[in-house]
Design a protein around this ligand. Sequence first.
Ligand SMILES: *Cc1c(COP(=O)(O)O)cnc(C)c1O
Length: 398
Amino acid sequence: MNTDKIMSADAAHIMHTYGRLPVVPSHGKSATLFDIEGKKYIDFTSGIGVNSLGFADKGWCDAVTSQAEKFAHVSNYYYCETASLLAEKLTALTGLKKVFFANSGAEANEGAIKLARKYSFDKYGAGRHTVITLTDSFHGRTVTTLSATGQDKFHNYFFPFTDGFRFSPANDIDALKAAVDDTVCAIMMEPIQGEGGVNIVKDDFVKAVKDICDEKDILLIFDEVQTGVSRTGKFLASQYFCVDADIVTLAKGLGGGLPIGAFLAGSKCAETLCPGDHGSTFGGNPVSCAAACEVVDRLSGEEAMNEILEKGKYISDAVRSFGLSSVVEVRGKGLMIGIQVNCDPKLCLTEAVKNGLLILTAGKDVVRLLPPLTITFPEIDEGLTILKKILTSTGEEK
Ligand SMILES: *Cc1c(COP(=O)(O)O)cnc(C)c1O
């Protein structure tokens, strides 16, 4: 099928829930993608922070094929070597005690919410079920994680939503204190809000939240679905805060392109979920876990972290040095970068694709970059040249 045929088959048979860009990928390597017409794109997106090792990474492909050739699935009634290995690595890297494997970010967050509510129910009985999340947060697309998402545009059509969520603005400790009452069992936040606009949550705010949590036995949950697995230059972005979380959720970059999500629990609540309390048919899929082991092995060492920080700084500095009037601010950590623009970020995105660069948007006015963590410097330079061109021309058009 050619590009037009594939696009019309999609339009005819796939529900129109995504505003797709007119690109039909053929194959890729590292951060370079080719479409079926042979056009080349530099990838500053990793999907949406998923392909942490880039396209067709040799070690990743070997890990995946080697497990697929043995067996792809048996069911969670049996043990799984790759899941155990992955769990061992994740607990060692995070300091948390136990993990549950799911298939996506939303599922990981659902599980984290269930865990927090059961922890509270076991200790205090019914009625202590409220989860506070932050304004402009994003936690997923299931009915419950939509409820948890602090953006009004996600609270339409699908009524009734799950009860028991309350929103408070990031970095406003007085507002948060006012939102806490005897019904609260957990406070959940992204260390850097991804979809909401690459908004950095401040250190002193998180420390103050942690104090409230300790004082009232409220669980602190970090949604690291986007920020986790070395994206920001630490294995968890919340490790920048130096506070211990009770629950951390992961997904996007963990499998390097295969679906996997996880929630990890610290000593307080690692034993809360018992047989029958939670489960997933596909959760902890052996092939996904083998992929994730490779991702974690390759991206959790000091050398990898330094490289991520170095590349992040290189890109951010370069964008600042463009000196363009369309760029308001460049922010983020590691290879999670937000470029606040005063032109339409959606227009930047379509222009970028035309010029052979894949980028993302976030919030109302942010161009978001989440390149593969293994992107090469020549690829970065190639991408930056295109980025400068499109930020210059769309800036002029506004
Ligand atoms: C993407 C994302 C989710 C949802 O993950 P899915 O895999 O799409 O369900 C949840 N939280 C954050 C912070 C995300 O970025």
